[in-house]
Write a protein that binds this ligand. Structure first.
Ligand SMILES: N[C@@H](CCC(=O)N[C@@H](CS)C(=O)NCC(=O)O)C(=O)O
Length: 310
């Protein structure tokens, strides 16, 4: 495979959304390269590529950087259409995935990260690192209303029961015979619970447990480690970008100086020139000393475009 176009995943082992991306790469049997990023700020090498977006995971192909696992799913589908993450038999799969990536995820996080489980979830990291992680996430979610542990303990069982009921007829995946994006979005949330000794929550649902094992058994596919400097050099050496077009009638002009930011949490704005816009995706061109001219792609949904302040 041409080394410059092999997808590079920027991620870290303990990230649930990264687990979703790793499983999707395994499902598609796409070979990939792995760059481990810090789990908390600062992330100078990642930000050199993204222009300020700090969430995990990110997928780099040459000098194109794709932010957010929902967009990464669509990019992987373009690269390798079979097996599909979006089977026509499951039109509601992307909606269930969106629910899992937001409501289920933000129920699982407080459910799992309790004072008594923190050390285990953080895999033996020293107390200073755990404290720094807490401070980083508090700053990242300032202004975002998060559920508390007691609410999560009360609400999670109903979500699990509904998911288990969907599997009650013995189907292997949430929408039937074929896996879909919904399986990966639900699985990364439940994978996180498995990192804490809270497995009893699955006891009433043997079919859900078996389903989770089935999805996680898909694995991460073939990948090799790469360091961040190499990934930056690949971006800098790339001579072209994925073709991008600003579609008319969507409120913005090609070349306009804009910022793009997530609307929920980690709302750091990325500034650049608008080079791509559709109902699904927004693309900015920006320059970085080390990464060169990079196109940074975001999903349209969940992100806000603003005119750059002059
Ligand atoms: N909607 C985003 C959410 C990503 C997300 O929240 N990732 C978490 C890690 S699982 C994160 O970025 N945490 C802060 C960080 O890694 O710096 C996606 O689907 O990629």
């Amino acid at each position: 495979m041409d080394p410059d176009t092999t997808p590079i995943l920027h991620h870290y082992a303990g990230s649930p959304f990264a687990e979703k991306a790793r499983l999707m790469l395994g499902f598609k049997a796409i070979g990939w390269r792995s760059v481990t990023v810090p789990s908390i700020m600062p992330k100078p090498d990642l930000v050199a590529l993204t222009g300020g977006y700090r969430r995990t995971p990110n997928l780099q192909i040459g000098a194109d950087v794709y932010c957010d696992s929902a967009l990464i799913a669509r990019v992987l589908e373009r690269l390798q259409p079979r097996p599909s993450l979006f089977p026509p038999s499951a039109p509601l799969a992307p909606l269930l995935a969106q629910w899992a990536d937001s409501t289920l995820f933000w129920t699982v996080i407080p459910f799992t990260l309790r004072p008594e489980t923190l050390a285990q979830v953080m895999a033996g990291q020293p107390p200073e690192s755990i404290k720094a992680f807490g401070a980083d996430r508090a700053a990242m979610t300032a202004g975002f209303r998060r559920m508390g542990t007691h609410d999560a303990i009360a609400l999670l069982p109903a979500h699990l029961a509904a998911l288990a009921a969907q599997l009650a007829d013995g189907r292997p995946f949430l929408f039937g015979e074929a896996a879909s994006i919904a399986d990966f979005s639900v699985a990364h949330c439940l994978w996180f619970i498995r990192r804490a000794p809270l497995l009893a929550v699955f006891d009433p649902h043997p079919l859900l447990k078996a389903w989770l094992e089935r999805v996680l058994a898909i694995g991460h596919g073939v990948h090799e480690e790469m360091d961040a400097a190499q990934a930056l050099a690949i971006a800098a050496a790339a001579r072209s970008h994925e073709p991008a077009v600003v579609q008319p009638g969507l409120g913005w002009q090609a070349g306009q100086a804009v910022t793009v930011a997530a609307t929920d949490y980690a709302t750091d704005a990325v500034a650049g020139a608008l080079v791509g816009l559709s109902a699904d995706e927004v693309v900015l061109r920006r320059h970085d000393e080390r990464a060169g001219t990079v196109h940074v792609h975001f999903p349209r949904q969940g992100f806000q475009i603003k005119e750059q302040a002059t």
